[in-house]
Every structure is written in C-alpha cells, then in structure tokens.
Design a protein around this ligand. Structure first.
Ligand code: ADP
Length: 257
C-alpha cells in the first residue's frame, strides 16, 4: 500500500511539474509568435521571409511539444464503463498485431467465458499496446508473444494488493530477454528504462500501473532473465456479466418427440 501511494504521489508531482513548465513555456511561445507576426508585417526584404518562416515553424514545433507534455501531465479523468475484455482485445487485435514484427509468433488465447469489468476502454487499449510493444522490444531476434485472458477466483493474500474475489486476468507473455530482479523492482517507476536513449521513455509501465490501480486492479510481473516475461493485469469481475463465446461452447440439442 505504501509503495502504491508513493508511486501515485510521485506521478502526481511529476505531472504538476511537467504541466507547470509546459504551460508557462506555451505562454512564452505565444508571445514570440505574436511578436513575429508584427515584425513580419514590417519586413523590408524578401530574404527576411525565409527567416520568418523558419522561426514560425520552430514556434509551431515548440507548441506541439508543449501540447504533448500537457497531455501527459493532465491526469485525464477516466471514463469507466462496463466492458468485456475479450471483446476489447478482439476489436483491437489488428493494431496489436501491427505492433509486433515478422519474426514474432503472435497468439491470442481468450477464455471461452469471461465476466465483464469496469474500465476506461481507450486507457485499457493503450495499456495493452504498451505491454505488447515492451514484449516486442524484448525479442529483437524474434520469439513468441501470447495474450491470454482468464477468469480467476483469488483467495485472500493470493495476489498481494488484491482482496479475495473474482477477477479478469489478462496476461501478455513473451519469450524474450526477461528482466533482472532490479529491473522488476523498478519497472513501474516513471522514467525508469533500460532502453537506449530515444527508444524508451520509461513511462509505459508506470502508466499501465497507475491506470490499473485506479481501476481497482493490480499488475503482476513474472520474469526470468533469458527466458521471458509474463505481465498480468487483474481487474475486478462484475458478477452476472459473463459473456460466453458461442463458437467455443458445445450446444446440446435435446430433441423431444
Ligand atoms: P520503456 O518501455 O520506455 O523502457 P516501460 O515503463 O514500459 O518503459 O518499461 C520499463 C522497463 O521495464 C523497460 O526499459 C525494460 O527494461 C523493462 N521491461 C518492460 N517490459 C519488459 C518485457 N516484456 N521484457 C523485458 N523487459 C521489460
């Protein structure tokens, strides 16, 4: 509980800091942009036009960057709705597959019957994409990637951080590099990355973790160096909301004569 609280507070401080800087920077950029417009109207020669254009483009780029920072900093309120994770994964499958590459064997194994759960669809999809991208990055030479769903009943203390009860479990498994115990320990920290500069931001898993905790769930990492990684998301099941996949259910027809 303390670790989760610490994590949430850290994310909040980083969000506030980033948001504050981005906001002020954006104000400075708009002062520059309007100043530039005034000068542009008074320009003496055509040669100046190119200079003005490149300055304006630089300002536009700066504005785009600050928008992205603001989007990260703003703790967007969640839009929780009742969803069946099997259906969300199926609907998002083509995007997930595109995130892999040719040398990765990609499989999806959905539970034949799965209760629904309350979550924000867009955030769930981006969490899943984050996990798939990480799995892909862990297998530069290729390997196996499996997304699996299961309905599970947990006993007290079975998964630390979760009360006993019914959950929907979504796992992303890969046969990649695996993580050292130190990496596992720090994986949810914002900005923690082992990837080279420009490749990793270290924000993926911290966002997954924050979102799943906000949704009442838990994220569990199982990983072994050189063997692979399984990252599992647990989300509270909503009772009486099971969706049965008709294709996977045997229908017994009783013919009465
Ligand atoms: P990023 O992917 O930008 O580095 P993340 O927060 O998503 O940021 O991941 C943090 C770190 O956790 C990664 O740099 C990597 O070391 C480790 N990691 C995450 N997923 C996996 C995985 N499937 N296999 C091996 N290592 C992983």
């Amino acid at each position: 509980v303390n670790a989760a609280l610490f994590q949430a507070q850290k994310m909040e401080s980083i969000g506030q800091l980033t948001g504050g800087i981005a906001h002020d920077f954006n104000n400075l950029l708009s002062v520059l942009a309007s100043g530039l417009e005034v000068l542009n109207m008074q320009r003496a020669s055509n040669a100046d036009a190119r200079t003005f254009d490149s300055m304006r483009r630089a300002i536009d780029r700066g504005a785009t960057l600050t928008q992205q920072l603001l989007a990260f900093a703003r703790q967007q309120p969640l839009q929780p709705e009742l969803h069946n994770v099997n259906r969300l994964i199926t609907g998002f499958e083509s995007v997930l597959r595109r995130a892999g590459n040719a040398s990765i064997e990609f499989d999806i194994a959905l539970a034949p019957s799965l209760p629904s759960t309350v979550l924000d669809r867009a955030r769930f999809e981006s969490a899943l994409l984050n996990l798939v991208v990480n799995a892909r990055d862990a297998m530069p030479e290729g390997g196996k990637l499996l997304i699996r769903t299961n309905a599970v009943s947990l006993k007290q203390q079975e998964v630390s951080g979760l009360a006993a009860g019914d959950y929907v479990k979504v796992s992303v498994c890969d046969s990649g590099s695996g993580m050292s115990p130190e990496t596992i320990r720090r994986a949810f920290e914002p900005f923690f990355t082992t990837k080279e500069v420009g490749k990793g931001t270290g924000l993926g898993l911290s966002q997954v973790y924050g979102f799943i905790k906000q949704s009442g769930g838990e994220v569990v990492i199982k990983s072994e160096l050189g063997k692979g990684t399984e990252i599992s998301i647990y989300l509270p099941a909503v009772h009486g909301s099971d969706e049965v996949d008709e294709d996977k259910t045997e229908t017994v027809l009783i013919v009465e004569d």
